[in-house]
Design a protein around this ligand. Structure first.
Ligand code: NAD
Length: 490
């Protein structure tokens, strides 16, 4: 084992290197430097982690819910204690600005606290069967061993949306962050250990999806797979889990419409369109990548958005002057550039961006500027496919019906925004849009207490809110006869 390699696998309460000694370099996307070298698990490590979770399940699932809630709160306290350091790690790993990383930590703290509270107040449901001698109860029990797989854009946030409810529910688990961004999850697992989470309850595996992610999913001892990532990966995970009849929860991509009517408040609309798509350089599943704007204001709105987009200062996320960071990897920048070339070849009109920055200070990083395409239509792949980069496409409408039709014309259905000064219209449009979240005169916000998830190809489960806990629970009906007698059938 070479020096400096982090034994980044946490299995049955101990930090380990990979069984075969494999490692992976973690790259800072702001300058291409290597920030860490971590153990890269193989199928044998994956199997060991699932076995450890299985062995820990009987005792962890039997703990009092108050104890599990207390554990969640302690992890939240430790996250706040180490907030600055973990935010720095997240920025080194993802490229996002320090401010964004700090907000992510505050968000995950709220998620741990929410599930600590919710689990503690959950009660059995009594069913009235019309016979006073019968006590019929529906109780909640942890589903078992969970495999939790997360993407690279919000590494800590996405894994905590899974770990917090799974822990609170009494499940044991194997977490696998993206191989591109493992560092904040390593820090989190250290804190969970410090908080007293028992050995085997929370195991950590690092590595590529194809090798180690697939091995985790294709394991008969796994009761549930919760996955956040791309739509095609989600489909292959569902197929791989099917023979084991494991429960599968999928949080997938989006191609999110942002509908702006002519009567919308102007300044906040311009601001929301720009922030909604260019935050984190567009690497957000709910990014408002499709601007669908009323024809009468379209030229003015596009001009205002372009002017604002051109002022965005991108740079190293550790630099307080940076408003957004780089793309996560050179491979991802290649993908975004290919989409820009495609948009041009499809006839979309490039209004700004579309070329790597020329500033030598940015040359070593994977930066890409905000890019706006006007005169787009639904026949273009740039409008229908998730680019996951800082690319805004513009379509126009002339009636409310057309706006709704365009907003719903996607195979995805994760999130949508509607901006209008007419409250009745806002309600009509919000109800008509087939998306898991609809923001009215706001964009990109969420709360731990409300469900998050997608319609259509954006997924099949819900995270956050009470449903986010229910995903990790089985329901059991217990029927008790307090006055047993003969049935008298035979
Ligand atoms: P990805 O699908 O490439 O990878 C996601 C995770 O799955 C990684 O940990 C990867 O190693 C693993 N993986 C890949 N193949 C696997 C396999 N065959 N079996 C098991 N695991 C496998 O996605 P990504 O590029 O990391 O993330 C970007 C995607 O995530 C985008 O599509 C984005 O929209 C989506 N996303 C969705 C949400 C949401 O809440 N719906 C949130 C964030 C990101």
């Amino acid at each position: 084992m070479s020096d400096g390699v982090q034994p980044a696998l946490f299995i049955d309460g101990t930090w380990r290197h990979a069984a075969d000694g494999a490692t992976r370099e973690v790259i800072n996307p702001a300058d291409g430097s290597v920030v860490a070298v971590v153990a890269e698990a193989g199928p044998a490590d994956a199997a060991a982690a699932v076995s450890a979770a299985r062995a820990a399940f009987p005792s962890w699932s039997a703990t009092a819910v108050a104890e599990r809630a207390e554990m969640c709160n302690r992890i939240a306290d430790l996250l706040l204690r180490d907030r600055d350091e973990i935010a720095r790690i997240e920025t080194l790993d993802t490229g996002k600005t320090l401010r964004e990383s700090q907000i992510d930590i505050d968000d995950v703290v709220s998620v741990f606290r929410f599930y600590a509270r919710l689990a503690a107040v959950q009660s059995d449901r009594l069913v009235d069967v019309g016979n006073p001698a019968i006590v019929s109860r529906v109780v909640r029990e942890p589903i078992g061993v969970c495999v939790l797989i997360a993407p690279w854009n919000y590494p800590l946030l996405q894994i905590v949306w899974k770990i917090a409810p799974a822990l609170a529910a009494g499940c044991t688990m194997v977490a696998k962050p993206s191989e591109v961004t493992p560092l904040s999850t390593i820090a989190l697992v250290r804190l969970a250990h410090e908080a007293g989470v028992p050995a085997g309850v929370l195991n950590l595996i690092q590595g590529s999806g194809a090798a180690v992610g697939a091995a985790l999913v294709d394991n008969a001892d796994v009761d549930m797979v919760s996955f956040t990532g791309g739509a095609s990966t989600g489909a292959s995970i569902a197929a791989a889990a099917a023979p084991h009849v494991s429960r599968v929860a999928l949080e997938l991509g989006g191609k999110n419409p942002h509908l702006v009517f002519a009567d919308a408040d102007w300044d906040s609309a311009v601001d929301a369109v720009v922030t909604g798509v260019f935050l984190h350089s567009g690497q957000v599943c709910s990014s408002g990548t499709r601007l669908i704007v009323e024809e009468s204001i379209a030229d003015d709105l596009v001009a205002a958005v372009v002017a604002r987009a051109e002022k965005i200062r991108f740079g190293n996320g550790l630099d307080p002057a940076s408003q957004t960071g780089p793309l996560v990897s050179t491979a991802h920048r290649d993908k975004v550039e290919a989409y820009v070339a495609l948009g041009i070849s499809e006839g979309a009109v490039l209004m700004t961006g579309g070329q790597r920055p020329t500033d030598p200070a940015l040359a070593a990083g994977y930066f890409y500027p905000p890019t706006v395409f006007d005169r787009c239509d639904r026949g273009m792949r740039i409008v229908t496919e998730e680019t996951f980069g800082p690319i805004l496409t513009v379509e126009r409408f002339t009636s409310e019906e057309q706006a709704i039709e365009l907003g719903n014309d996607t195979t995805y259905g994760l999130a949508a925004g509607v901006r209008t000064g007419d409250t009745a219209r806002a309600e009509r449009v919000a109800r008509a849009l087939r998306h898991g979240t609809v923001w009215v005169n706001d964009f990109g916000v969420y709360t731990a207490a409300a469900e998050w998830g997608g319609f259509g190809r954006s997924g099949n489960g819900r995270e956050l809110g009470p449903t986010g806990l229910a995903e990790y629970q089985e329901l059991k009906h217990i029927w008790t006869n307090t006055a047993p007698g003969e049935v008298g059938w035979f």
